[in-house]
Design a protein around this ligand. Structure first.
Ligand code: 5GP
Length: 179
């Protein structure tokens, strides 16, 4: 069992709430008459997704995907696979992918490419956080909540070794662990 890292506060509850409120308003503006399909990326997006959809007062559908990166560690290997099949029909739908964090961009680029091949009517990306300093592939973020520094962040769905997802605030790991 690894020892617990030290956490340093990054975003308070109010800042996260303000970002989610703003994103909900933007999404509402663009999708209120489209009955979009929102696809959350597990596990990290589960809290953001549930807070976001409760602020959307128009018809929509919800689904989830789980992706896994081959290899171990926190560094994305770039070889991604879908764990389990997506049950919803994507063809012809207005699809909005809901992510927790875009880091190198490899994971989300894989998913967007996968979904694009299923011929949605439109395909956009909404992410709670973005770490642009580490990008390896270009990713268009249509709805962005918060930009994070080049640190490893946890809380509000984001984990370290499966821990800290339940924290209502967002923290970064101090020292070596946080890069
Ligand atoms: P990518 O590098 O492919 O953009 O991100 C891959 C995945 O690594 C993300 O979906 C997320 O699960 C995880 N990840 C990347 N950066 C962080 C971070 O700072 N904190 C946490 N908890 N996960 C991260």
């Amino acid at each position: 069992m690894s020892s617990q890292p030290r956490l340093h506060p990054l975003f308070a509850r109010q800042e996260i709430e303000a970002a989610v409120n703003r994103l909900a308003a933007e999404v509402r503006q663009d999708y209120h008459d489209k009955c979009p399909l929102l696809i959350g990326v597990l596990k990290g997006a589960f809290i953001f997704m549930s807070d976001l959809v409760r602020r959307l007062d128009f018809p929509l559908e919800v689904d989830f995907v789980r992706l896994s990166s081959y290899g171990r560690g926190r560094q994305s290997s770039g070889r991604i696979k879908l764990v389990g099949a997506l049950t919803s029909e994507v063809k012809g739908r207005d699809v909005l992918v809901i992510e927790d964090i875009v880091d190198t961009g490899l994971t989300i680029a894989f998913l967007l490419d996968y979904l694009k091949k299923k011929k949605p009517n439109s395909l956009k990306l909404c992410t709670l956080t973005d770490k642009p300093s580490r990008r390896q592939v270009a990713v268009t973020i249509d709805y962005l909540g918060l930009t994070v520094p080049d640190k490893f962040v946890v809380g509000y769905g984001l984990d370290w070794d499966e821990k800290f997802r339940n924290l209502p605030e967002i923290y970064y790991l101090e020292g070596e662990l946080g890069r």
